[in-house]
Design a protein. Structure first.
Length: 651
């Protein structure tokens, strides 16, 4: 039986399946096809076809349903509907259509919830109530039954208000997943949809990813940006006596630990300070009314914090294509990873996965666990150092033996052999040298920002024209999503380009600003979840919103940034784009942002020489709107003079 993938499409839920991809027939061959999976979002499937495909002019959004199956394992890798599509023609005249599909969970966006109050209700019954309302509103094929629902809390009781401004999916995420944890998954069993809600979806994988066996590459990211080294514990608000009866107090002090901590309101962790320097944060406990209890709370909080984020990204050859006894890895599985050269010997969970259906050796996974405590972080760093120092000769020996063994097994997979052998040979050459590569100075090429106004972009040509970074617009407020953002994100990533994203700020209130931030993040992740992530999220502030009230707009920008924080984007990954002539009047909290990006054009003739630098501090200067880059017909915004802080995004 074939160990490839069977990709089919049907018009209508009960329509006849048509083959969407076959290597044997040019008329049904896709140009590209990849599945993105994440434990925190539902699956997406993106494919591209050219006009020679017999279904090129047939596929439309929403009423076409796609399924990807691996026949030899009888496993469904993706099932969902076509969500969007875009047509494009590059500078060489090649025409293609790209479709983006969303998983079955997207059906939950098709119903709205009425306002309701629930109490003395189990999490399962609350979820059932939401699904009942969903089922009343949608077509029969979108109706859902509850499957395995095992998430609960200590009392098996929830008190919730349903938000009637949000759809069913958003209410499930907000009222259950974000508060109780767990993960949801919608599955199709013989035409019946079942919704599972479990603490964790996935298994312990039998297959491991190991250097010199099936690992092609690995990269490890340690992010300590949320570490607190000095804590200011704050308790309940203290009553404040006002001798002036005509004066209205707008603020009252909170309980501190000064009375039980030698007059000091701060707690310091000297080990953390030694490692990371002073990083101060206030933490509030509204229900704590005594200094002794507050001191205990603060000490426990500081000692138990696990704020060092850890992430490992791998590309590998899935041995299930070669060995019938090897299981295919799945998103959510816990997998053993061994890379002696980096000192990695761990078992972690796959939190994201991208599967290239046409080139299986390009499959990548992202692994992560709960944030690390300091002792774990230091232990891992020490292990990595020792491994890098001691593993050279044994690694070379293992590589040679494993490569020969692997070559015998892969006689039916020539492309995988070629890629794996080349990767192993390159690694062996580096190890034989026994000296680290000399660091090369960072080359900064062109930095551009684009939107729908640039029309169809040939991203291969753009990347080839020494473009180091492309900043892609996602939306102009919540109400207008950029018409080209999906295509631009997909094709920039496919072309190997580094990218960031930006959104024009249109908030009318702090609540609206928070919604804009959520839309900004979710629209981005809808395309790139499980793939290369943007290097930053930029907020474009060029006009006075909030009804013209600048002070309210400042609060709106803060709310926007805080909402991005809640979604997992730290301040150092948020960039503020501020109009130069309005910089002073806006008076935004520039110290909070990771970088400041300012436009200032001068003659705006496309040259830096005739451009006028911003009159305020900046980390990136947009010097013209009339730049030219290969692959873009017409003008494009160009940027220059990145600061050292901004260059960190480009490493």
């Amino acid at each position: 039986m074939s160990k490839g993938y069977r990709v089919t499409i049907r018009q209508g839920w009960n329509g006849t399946e048509m083959l969407l991809n076959s290597d044997a027939y040019q008329s049904i061959r896709l140009v590209s096809a990849s599945i993105s999976k994440s434990v925190s979002a539902y699956d997406s499937f993106t494919f591209t076809l050219d006009p020679s495909h017999k279904l090129y002019s047939v596929i439309k959004p929403y009423n076409f349903f796609v399924k990807v199956v691996r026949p030899d394992l009888n496993r469904v890798l993706f099932e969902g509907r076509v969500l969007t599509y875009s047509d494009s023609m590059d500078t060489s005249g090649i025409i293609q259509k790209t479709a983006v599909c969303e998983g079955l969970e997207g059906f939950l966006h098709d119903s709205a919830q009425p306002w309701a109050e629930y109490h003395n209700t189990t999490p399962r019954d609350f979820l059932q109530a939401l699904i009942n309302e969903h089922n009343k509103q949608v077509e029969s094929y979108k109706q859902i039954r509850l499957g395995d629902v095992t998430v609960t809390n200590s009392t098996d009781n929830v008190y919730r208000f349903v938000d009637d401004t949000k759809d069913t999916y958003e209410n499930i995420q907000d009222k259950l997943v974000s508060r109780l944890g767990g993960e949801i998954k919608l599955r199709n069993e013989a035409g019946i949809l079942y919704l599972d809600y479990k603490p964790m979806i996935g298994n312990a994988a039998k297959q491991k990813i190991q250097l010199a066996h099936n690992m092609l590459s690995s990269s490890r990211n340690i992010d300590p940006t949320e570490v607190i080294t000095v804590l200011k514990p704050l308790g309940a608000t203290q009553e404040r006596h006002n001798e002036d009866e005509n004066k209205t107090e707008v603020s009252s002090p909170r309980l501190t630990i000064a009375s039980v901590n030698d007059g000091d309101v701060y707690l310091r962790d000297e080990e953390l300070i030694k490692e990371f320097g002073i990083r101060t944060k206030a933490q509030t406990w509204d229900d704590v009314t005594t200094a002794d209890m507050l001191l205990q709370k603060g000490r426990n909080y500081l000692a138990s914090q696990k704020a060092i984020k850890y992430e490992l990204q791998l590309s590998y050859v899935d041995l299930s294509y070669i060995n019938d006894n090897a299981d295919m890895l799945a998103c959510g599985d816990t997998i053993a990873v061994v890379n002696q050269l980096q000192g990695i010997e761990i078992s972690e969970r796959v939190i994201a996965m991208t599967i290239d259906l046409l080139q299986v050796q390009n499959t990548t996974v992202t692994l992560s666990n709960d944030p690390l405590a300091l002792n774990e972080y230091l232990g891992n760093a020490k292990d990595a150092y020792e491994a890098e120092r001691n593993a050279f000769y044994s690694l070379i020996r293992d590589q040679k033996m494993s490569t020969l063994d692997l070559l015998k097994k892969l006689n039916s997979s020539q492309q995988e052999i070629k890629d794996l052998s080349a990767a192993l040979k390159d690694l062996e050459n580096k190890v034989n040298a026994q000296t680290p590569d000399k660091p090369q100075p960072l080359h900064i090429g062109k930095i551009i920002d684009v939107s729908e106004w640039q029309g169809v972009i040939d991203w291969n040509a753009v990347v080839s024209d020494d473009v180091t970074l492309s900043i892609i617009r996602i939306q102009d407020g919540s109400s207008h999503q950029d018409l080209k953002y999906m295509e631009n994100l997909q094709k920039c990533i496919s072309a190997g380009g580094k990218y960031a994203v930006y959104a024009y700020f249109r908030g009318t209130s702090t609540a609206d600003a928070q919604q804009e931030a959520k839309d900004f993040y979710e629209r981005t992740q809808r395309v790139v979840a499980g793939k290369q992530q943007p290097v930053f999220y930029a907020i474009d502030v060029e006009s006075t919103e909030m009804g013209g009230n600048v002070s309210q707009m400042r609060a709106g920008i803060e709310a926007f940034m805080s909402q991005l924080n809640a979604l997992g984007v730290p301040d150092n990954r948020i960039v503020l784009y501020i109009a130069n002539h309005l910089y002073d009047s806006f008076n935004l909290n520039t110290a909070r942002a990771g970088a400041i990006w300012i436009p200032s054009y001068g003659q705006n003739d496309g040259s830096i020489v005739n451009s006028t630098k911003p009159t305020h501090p900046y980390d990136l200067w947009q010097y013209t709107s009339k730049g030219r880059v290969s692959g873009i017909t017409g003008n494009v915004d160009m940027n220059t003079e990145p600061s050292d802080k901004f260059k960190a995004y480009l490493n």
